[in-house]
Design a protein. Structure first.
Length: 303
């Protein structure tokens, strides 16, 4: 029969407080609970060990006896014969429910021979199977395109075989994660459900660049409008608008179209701005006459 290190099972040290033991037990028991790990024999074994470790370390008398005689368990009886104040309680363990663990069938949750040798069985005083465990959180990724998140819309998402109808607010950003409470895994023993976390992966197939709530776009204008001024029509996310070009506009000039950007997340009728950068397009395939005129213009600029 081998010595069992209950502290190691709960990932603790011997100086662990009662609160540390409780916290570690709850964390590990939830992780390896059979209802959350169906058909996983390793998880079942870990769950048994975790419960046994908690049974010992959460009880002051058992823990004291274990700390004193654990590695020398063959002499544990001396602890009983010494008239320890907890003697009456310790002897009672052998007269109670024996190898019943309170987690279901005894053949699934029996205590080890090491435990039986030191403590003679389980007191049966606690029913850990009644502890309520919160369900697991689920994580999902939802792929969308930029156009689809310009307006609030509904979409059905299938998670773990269940269809969930979602309202996706306008203005969600790429990489943004939202929480849908109660749509994760089912709780154990009547515990609350976990939550569903959805991360948005948004692809941009438009000619606009998005930065937060603002949009950016490059617009080409010909040399003559840049020099002489005029009007052009440009695209926005919701249609086309006319812009007036000032004479002698330089390449790289930026103009702001207020409120023509992307909707602000969860703020009704609020939008960012659209920034347009002018790129001057020089004429190509010049005729001989056009070359002469540009030469004359160049000579005029030298005078």
């Amino acid at each position: 029969m081998e010595y069992i290190d209950y502290y190691k099972i709960l990932e603790l040290t011997k100086i662990a407080s009662d609160a540390d033991i409780k916290k570690a037990y709850r964390k590990l028991a939830r992780k390896y609970h059979p209802d959350l790990n169906p058909n996983d024999q390793t998880a079942k074994k870990n769950f048994q060990q975790i419960n046994e470790a908690n049974e010992v370390l959460s009880d002051p008398e058992k823990r004291k006896k274990y700390d004193k005689y654990g590695k020398d368990w063959k002499h544990a009886e001396e602890f009983e014969k010494a008239g320890h104040p907890g003697n009456q309680q310790q002897q009672q363990y052998g007269r109670n429910t024996g190898r019943q663990s309170g987690f279901g069938n005894s053949d699934e949750h029996d205590f080890s021979d090491f435990f039986e040798s030191m403590f003679g069985g389980r007191s049966g005083g606690r029913r850990e199977s009644q502890v309520k465990y919160r369900g697991q959180d689920f994580n999902a990724e939802l792929n969308l395109d930029l156009i689809s998140v310009y307006k609030t819309h509904k979409q059905t998402l299938t998670v773990n075989g269940k269809n969930i109808r979602l309202t996706i607010p306008a203005g969600v950003e790429n990489g943004q994660t939202i929480k849908i409470p109660g749509h994760g895994g089912e709780g154990v023993n009547g515990g609350p459900n976990g939550d569903l976390y959805i991360t948005f992966s948004i692809e941009n197939h438009t000619k606009f660049k998005r930065a937060g709530n603002d949009l950016y776009s490059d617009v080409e204008i010909d040399l003559y409008k840049a020099l002489l001024g005029g009007e052009i029509t440009v695209d926005t996310f919701e249609g086309r608008v006319k812009l007036k070009i000032q004479p002698e506009t330089q390449s790289g000039t930026k103009v702001k179209l207020k409120g023509k950007g992307f909707p602000v997340y969860k703020k009704e009728n609020e939008f960012g701005d659209l920034y347009i950068t002018y790129k001057i397009k020089n004429p190509t395939n010049l005729s001989e006459r056009e070359k002469e005129l540009f030469s004359e213009l160049a000579n005029l600029r030298k005078k």
